[in-house]
Ligand binder design. Structure first.
Ligand code: FEO
Length: 135
């Protein structure tokens, strides 16, 4: 079974953001497979850095839209992003220190957290963003 498979229930009804979520979750999939197959440290580090950087860029994009569109839940949402970034940094540290068992558990945590975040937190901004002219 795939580590992650996209499903329409994950859609936030904002096409650009759905696209970014799909890419990010596919990157986590790829990373999971690379770790499972014991691919080299350099390869895994490269995938971790790419995923972390894409995640940060996605979160910034979302925050910019929420703020520009006057989404009332923006500050609370941003705090959740900060927590995620902190976990991503822990993940990078684990990989840098060759703690592959720990990092594999953290990767699963990140994927589950992110899927829950998309369905329960991201989904709430859809109306504000779709009603907003800035995009
Ligand atoms: Fe798509 Fe709030 O992260």
């Amino acid at each position: 079974m795939a580590f992650f498979s996209w499903d329409t229930k994950y859609s936030v009804n904002v096409p650009d953001l759905d696209k970014e979520h799909k890419i990010l979750l596919e990157m986590l999939n790829e990373l999971h497979d690379a770790m499972k197959q014991g691919k080299g440290k350099e390869n895994i580090e490269r995938l971790v850095n790419n995923s972390a950087s894409y995640a940060k860029s996605h979160l910034s994009h979302e925050e910019r839209l929420m703020e520009q569109c006057g989404y009332p839940g923006f500050q609370e949402h941003k705090k959740q992003h900060e927590f995620f970034v902190q976990k991503v940094n822990e993940f990078k540290n684990d990989v840098n220190q060759n703690n592959y068992k720990l990092s594999s558990e953290l990767l699963k945590f990140l994927k589950d957290w992110f899927v829950n975040h998309i369905t329960m937190v991201d989904s709430k901004y859809s109306t504000s963003i779709n009603n907003c002219k800035v995009k």
